[in-house]
Structure formats: C-alpha cells, structure tokens
Write a protein that binds this ligand. Structure first.
Ligand SMILES: CC(C)(COP(=O)(O)OP(=O)(O)OC[C@H]1O[C@@H](n2cnc3c(N)ncnc32)[C@H](O)[C@@H]1OP(=O)(O)O)[C@@H](O)C(=O)NCCC(=O)NCCS
Length: 333
C-alpha cells in the first residue's frame, strides 16, 4: 500500500470584533487587571456576537474560507471537514455539516465533529493526517472553533476571566513526492480519572436543562484551576519530549513551539521544563485569552501571515483540555 505525506496547504482565522478587556470584567466579578495579567498573561479577549451570526459555524466560515483560498483550492475540493468544537451550534446535526452548507460544498464531503475540548484541533490534525497518509482523501479541512462565552459563568471569577471566542482552520493536503512537508508524528492521550476538574455537568442527555439547573447556574463550566494547571504542564512537556525522542530530535531542531494558548504561566513553565527558549514560542494569549481548540490554529495563522513561520521549518504543537485530554504534533512545514 502506498503512503503519502501530509502538508498544511493553507490556514485561516477569525476573531470577533468585540473586545472585552480585563477592566470590563472588573464590572462583572470581583477581580482586577493586575490579578488577571499576573496569573494568566491575559489582557483582553474577543466575544462572539450572535446578532452578527458569530456562532461556531458562522465564525468558522471565515477561517475556513481563508484557509481554502490560501491552499489555492475551491470549497468543493474538500473531501472531509473535521470540526473541533466543545459547545456546538446545536446538538445535531454536526457543526461540520453546518459549515459545509455555509461554504456551499455540493459534493459528498464527509462531515464530523470532534469533542476533545481544547485538544480537539490537535486530535483533528492527527485524524486528518491518517486519512491523507492512507490515500483515502486528498484535502481535509481541520477546524477549531469555540464560543466559550456560551458556557462561561460570568459570575465565577475563577474561570470566566480565562476564556475567549474565535476560530482557526487549516487545509491538510496530500504532499507531492518532491515536497518535504509532512505531519511527522503525533501523540494523543486522555486521563478521565481527572475529568471532574474541568467539566460542564448539566445540559446533556444525562442531566437535561431544568429550571433548577438554570437557577443553580449548572449549565456552565466548573474548574479546579490548580489541578488543570499542573496536569497541563506535565502532559504537554511529556508528549513533546516523547515526540523529540522518538524522532531523534532535540529542542534545537524545533523552529517554533506553538502551545495551546490557555495561560502564559502554563506556556512558560512548559517551555522551561523542555529547556526551550520563550523567544521561539508563538504566544498571543494576551490578546485573545483561551479560545480552546481554536487557539493553536489562530496562533499558527497569525505567525504564518506575519512571516515568522516559513516553509521548511519544524513546528511543534501541544495542547491540553477537558477530559483531561492532551496531545502534541510534530510538523515539517
Ligand atoms: C485559574 C488560575 C489562573 C488561578 O490561579 P492560581 O494561582 O491557581 O490561583 P488560586 O486558584 O490559587 O487562587 C488564589 C486566590 O485568588 C482568588 N481568585 C481566583 N480568581 C480570581 C480572580 N479572577 N480575581 C481575583 N482573585 C481571584 C482565589 O479566590 C484565591 O483567593 P484565596 O487565596 O483568598 O482563596 C490558574 O489555576 C490556572 O490558570 N489554571 C489553569 C486553568 C486553565 O487553563 N483552564 C483551561 C484549560 S483548557
């Protein structure tokens, strides 16, 4: 059986226009700009506007359109949409299928939502790569889009300061034999023994929304920040070290490290554990906060667009999130 390499042929992003600063948050919960910046590095975040159609598939339309154009393709060239989303447009049909409609794809493109929370886009990259490597598909659109403002409890200062809305997308395409691009390796994991440290308990089939749920504000996310913090650093560093070791690389071989943009202290601690310089870490958490599974493709697109990331470079992605999921991907861009 013939195997093919996968390249990122195009990438795109969308950030809602509406900015919510830390100062704005001080009017909603007992917090301060100083506390938020010191503990997270976050200065502001973007908030989706439903009146402008900025629900997940609506935001993803702009990121996906940009990625498809940059890849030099038409929407109908896409064989499959893998859509990472934590709180979808609706429970079914999939948000991927909503995006297919918005993009005007008229072929029998396959559509699948992935829920691996903030790690979802990294999961999608790994799945999309497998489908291209085996020759099943030529072009797979991998989207990470989140409307975290919909599951954020704006009265809980422990978590509401952390999140923002946005979308990022890449097109994965079969690389020509002459091209050096490849998704070299990846590692994914989930530790469900810690699932209750980052969880949205109510609103699914097990515990539907009732008046009581709404009164108790149980339709929102709850989090044990310190457990999540420690687990994030540990698993991201471990997965990155695994990828480096089994591909006979050192951190010197990595041109850019693009971690999930959750918290500057998590990013700095992970880089320190890996003995990797912060100057080569792509970081935009101060502008957008934690956009969950959209954060890596947004950061990647920004760095490609401003010329930091160039063809031929070696990139390392790492993410963590509810589950507790985690993963890392090594790329020859
Ligand atoms: C949430 C997080 C920023 C909290 O930072 P921390 O240093 O662990 O802070 P603590 O939870 O220990 O809280 C310290 C104090 O600040 C208070 N505090 C919490 N949130 C606050 C806020 N927004 N503003 C001001 N004070 C706050 C706490 O009540 C606590 O007060 P106390 O000592 O009187 O009890 C940090 O744990 C974190 O980033 N964890 C990872 C979360 C994450 O990334 N989640 C998404 C994963 S995809």
């Amino acid at each position: 059986m013939e195997f093919f390499n996968t390249k990122i042929s195009g990438s795109g992003k969308f950030n809602p226009e509406k900015i919510m600063t830390n100062e704005d948050l001080t009017k909603m919960v007992d917090t301060s700009d100083e506390w938020i910046v010191q503990r997270t590095g976050i200065k502001e975040r973007r908030i989706a506007d439903l009146d402008k159609g900025e629900y997940p598939s609506g935001m993803a339309y702009y990121a996906a359109k940009d990625a498809i154009e940059k890849a030099g393709l038409e929407p109908n060239d896409i064989d499959m949409i893998l859509f990472s989303i934590t709180l979808p447009d609706m429970l079914f049909p999939s948000t991927a299928s909503q995006l297919q409609d918005k993009l005007g794809i008229t072929t029998h493109c396959a559509c699948l939502d992935i829920n691996a929370a903030c790690t979802g886009w990294v999961y999608g990259l790994t799945l999309g790569n497998s489908l291209i490597q085996t020759g099943a598909y030529k072009n797979v659109l991998v989207v990470g889009t989140e409307m975290t403002s919909a599951f954020n409890n704006w009265e809980d200062r422990n978590s509401c300061i952390l999140f923002g809305d946005g979308s990022g997308a890449v097109v994965l395409s079969r690389a020509e034999a002459t091209e050096e691009c490849a998704i070299v390796d990846s590692v994914l994991s989930c530790d469900s023994s810690k699932a209750d440290t980052l969880i949205l308990y109510k609103g699914g089939s097990k515990a539907p929304i009732t008046h009581e749920v709404l009164n108790n504000k149980e339709q929102y996310v709850t989090m044990d920040g310190q457990v999540v913090f420690k687990n994030a650093v540990k698993t991201m560093a471990k997965h990155c070290a695994t990828l480096l070791k089994r591909n006979n690389l050192t951190t010197n071989d990595i041109d850019w490290f693009i971690p999930h943009q959750a918290n500057l202290r998590i990013i700095e601690t992970t880089a320190k554990l890996l003995n990797y310089p912060m100057e080569k870490v792509i970081c935009n958490v101060e502008k957008y906060a934690n956009t969950s599974s959209a954060s890596i493709p947004i950061a990647l697109t920004e760095a490609i667009n401003d010329g930091r990331i160039k063809r031929g470079q070696t990139l390392l992605f790492a993410a963590f999130g509810a589950g507790l999921t985690s993963g890392a991907v090594l790329i020859k861009f």
